[in-house]
Design a protein around this ligand. Sequence first.
Ligand SMILES: Nc1ncnc2c1ncn2[C@@H]1O[C@H](COP(=O)(O)OP(=O)(O)OP(=O)(O)O)[C@@H](O)[C@H]1O
Length: 665
Amino acid sequence: MAVDVPVRVFARPRPREDEDAYPECLEAQVDRDEVWIRPQTKEQAKMCPTDQNFVFDGVLAENQTTQDQVYSRCAEKVVSTVLEGYNGTVMCYGQTGAGKTYTMSGKVGDISNLEAFHAMSEGPHRGVMQRTVEQVFRAQKQAAEGVEMTLRMSYIEIYNDIVHDLIQEDTNSTALRRSVSSGQDANRGAPKPQIRNGASCHVVTSRDHAMELLHLGLRRRQVASHNLNRDSSRSHAILTLYVTQRMPGRRQGAAPGAAGNGAPDSYAKRSERSREEAAASEGERVQSRIDLVDLAGSERLSKTQSSGVHQSEAQHINKSLSFLEQVILAIGDPNRDHIPYRTCKLTQFLRESLGGNSYTVFVANIRLESAFVNETVRTCRFAQRMQNVKNSPILNVMRQDKDISRYIQSLVDENNHLKQELALYDSLSQASKEYDPYTDEQREALLDQVLRYLRSDNWGNNDFAPLEFVSVRHIKEIILQCKAVFRKTGVPSIERPPPPLASADPGAGDRPGPPSPARGNGHGIADEEVRDASCDDWVSSPMRGGAEDGGREPRSQGSGGGVLDAAKIEQYKEGEGKQLQEALEENRMLVKTKKKESVMLAKQMNEILKRIKAEDDKGLVQSLKAEYRELHQDRAMLLSEIDHCKNLAAECQRKLIEGVTECFQ
Ligand SMILES: Nc1ncnc2c1ncn2[C@@H]1O[C@H](COP(=O)(O)OP(=O)(O)OP(=O)(O)O)[C@@H](O)[C@H]1O
């Protein structure tokens, strides 16, 4: 059974370039694994008014911690667990120029120079990626007799929220697909790479081979120059090593290739299976992976002076990091049901690494110079939140064919058993499920419920009675009532229309009227749209689809049209529909949260404006203006995030409409 394991968090300050130019503001206390932030001048106090300290699993002190030490403290153990059959992630996060790429890929320098890259990859400045490859190949060499270990590698970047394959250009990698294909590549005579998660996945046969692919990927990665970093990465890059180990079975006393790497051989030790079970698992496959994530750096446009295309890149970067933060916050909040993984490609990719099946290490790259105190505080706060994230790593044992068919049979048996249980439960509980057509009175009562729901302020409240579906018939009746309401009045000005009675023909011919103008609630531009998005649910989506889809309304029994296919809608509700519904809720939640933040920012900005008007001191006015500009940027970013979430919600809504409509025969 999986055990909760917190993400381990380290801070790594980048060595200061010029101590005189940057009077010290922060202290990284190594013994106590703390980062202290102490303003020492008036200027610094403006940016960071109080002392702050952050405690992590470790602080990798500047100038004292070599790449070798960083690897052994942060990554080596994770790689060992990957070799035991678990998944692992090492991730670097921080402001631009703080040393993420240095930590992950080493001192890359002029990447077009292959020789220099290979020399660096053997020297002390090589990063976590090179060292991981080394450790994995060492383990392969030292694998116990009979253990067959295959290593595969993929390398992708997420640039402007689009996934690009860094190894093989022509892969259709924009979609996060779970498909796996294999075969022979006739051109090269080499095995054709599998496609995993939309990226090509290459068998790597040696350390040098892996380094070549790494070099290829680094060359293709999007890099640009700005004020704070000459070679700033403009994308999030994820190098994944897949380790597949075919076990000879415990009868031969063999274990996965963890031997020699210092890791406990947990697969052999932890699995307490009997001799018979071990015999059954002969030929068992263990498949694990390690993701090495070099996130693009968050940046303040005012400091990097990025413009044009780089400004748009920076906005994408900041936006995706902000979505990442939302995921972290949601995972750490026990009251949140939904984790908004689907808001961008980055969070989709990191789903298993954060809150999922993975041992994860997070390195917060920071800068100690006083000029970056704001960014450092932000990064440390982010890292602190990361400490609340708990994962549930499990041993990734793949079942063999024999096991799979036995497993499927057991699921079929269980399904039959549950169906019998349900039938029995229905008859014993005499649950009042309406399988028969509704009477006029029942329709009247339902219409009252629907109207109360549509009129209620709490549009996001999915607990409201009509939405607690008790049967397919119930859903259909709700749709009918809503449709009747809309046809008569439109959504915002709901007056009670004549109820659609059993004898009426609610689906006949006519179209819903034009949408009424949306009404805001006086809080700002996005509000009215939040209302729109927040009333998306199982009921409203198909109904609104009638208007948006040019009249492709779900038809209902009794209207002379189609009949809702009960099995199909159930299947849809459990499968794709459920996912869409969850995504819809996530995005609605995000819109609400971000709107609140935006209102707060607007208030802060107004305060600053007042102070600027009242202030005589020119110096102070300058710094207030700078602060105002930063807040303005933050708010612009927030508003564009809100738009993004609203678009996602609209997309979910559209798909839901299509999905539900498909369920009508
Ligand atoms: N610990 C370190 N020791 C020596 N040099 C370092 C260290 N950390 C960073 N550097 C150097 O600082 C510069 C910026 O680092 P790097 O490119 O790794 O930053 P980054 O966080 O990846 O930035 P971006 O997000 O813009 O890509 C590079 O020249 C790098 O070699």
